[in-house]
Design a protein around this ligand. Structure first.
Ligand code: BJW
Ligand code: ZN
Length: 239
């Protein structure tokens, strides 16, 4: 299956990639689902919804500050580097990520579409100003804007819309690509998971890279079972 997938990738002029938390797992960033996932320990509705933030902004910020400290201490792995290298040799390439950790940027990827936002961005709930802050830990919790308003993490919580421009580009990329790589996502969160059947309907070859089967495995042309940090470098070698 790997040689066939490699051939599809080699032949493709237009490539898109969709990544999820499993992409960062080998760097040391916990996933959300699965036996060691964050949702085993924490309840999403208490931490990753606008209602949770309205109820207890300090609790939500403590969780995000802890995650920011974890992410600040890690680096991209060989799979992230392979995707950055793939972008350099493809004429048309888009990397769509559900991850907020910035590891694709750190690996040198350029065209990164962050459909669930960015943990390093803050947004004022009063004046809507947005800014980057990489302090980890943050100087004070909860952080505030210059206007005095409460800041929130620049991420997309359940029940919130995805950033309109970024999402439009992600849909275009999925519809346009000849090959879609789907790496390290459980494919249960929508609308991101819907990009896989969208690409398939538009005629793309879909190659999944995951340790386990997912709800989209059935629509994939190839399912490569293994860790992204090993499978992606093997897939992308000599492309
Ligand atoms: C490896 C590996 C290794 C491990 N190598 N692989 C009912 C039906 C359908 C939809 C809905 C519904 N009810 C509500 C909805 C909508 C909802 C949704 O999809 N819910 C479902 C969970 C049921 N979606 C939304 O609310 C979205 N917005 C929206 O729809 O707007 C319209 C709307 C408006 C108003 C009302 C309703 C709708 C927004 C979704 C936002 C998701 N946010 C989060 C948090 C981001 C911020 C943060 O990081 O804190 O995004 S939740 C979390 O899940 C995070 C992730 O990006 C996302 C996806 O998870 P991901 O990346 O797939 O990770 P895991 O952990 O699930 O999977 C890891 C995978 O890796 C596994 O498969 C492993 O096997 C694999 N793996 N190690 C390769 N080394
Ligand atoms: Zn403000």
């Amino acid at each position: 299956m790997l040689p066939q997938a490699r051939q599809w990738l080699r032949d493709a002029r237009v490539v898109a990639v969709l990544t999820g938390a499993g992409m960062s797992a080998e760097s040391g960033v916990p996933t959300f689902r699965g036996p060691e996932g964050l949702w085993k320990q924490f309840r999403p509705e208490e931490l990753a919804t606008p209602e949770a933030f309205a109820r207890d902004p300090l609790l939500v910020w403590e969780w995000y500050d802890w995650r920011r400290r974890t992410i600040a201490a890690v680096t991209p792995h060989a799979g992230h580097l392979a995707l950055a290298a793939l972008e350099k040799v493809k004429e048309d390439f888009a990397l769509i990520t559900q991850n907020v950790d910035g590891l694709h940027d750190a690996a040198g990827s350029r065209n990164v579409l962050k459909v669930h936002g960015d943990i390093w961005r803050l947004r004022c709930t009063r004046c809507r100003r947005e800014w980057t802050c990489r302090d980890a830990p943050l100087a004070s919790l909860p952080p505030r804007c210059d206007c005095g308003g409460l800041a929130r993490p620049g991420v997309v919580w359940f029940g919130e819309s995805l950033p309109r421009d970024v999402w439009a580009k992600a849909e275009e990329a999925a519809e346009r690509c000849e090959v879609l790589l789907v790496a390290g996502t459980s494919a249960v969160v929508y609308p991101a998971a819907g990009l896989v059947p969208l690409a398939k309907r538009a005629g793309a070859r879909v190659i999944e890279i995951n340790r386990e089967q997912t709800p989209v495995s059935a629509v994939c042309d190839a399912s490569l079972r293994g860790p992204a940090g090993e499978v992606l470098p093997a897939l992308i070698a000599e492309v």
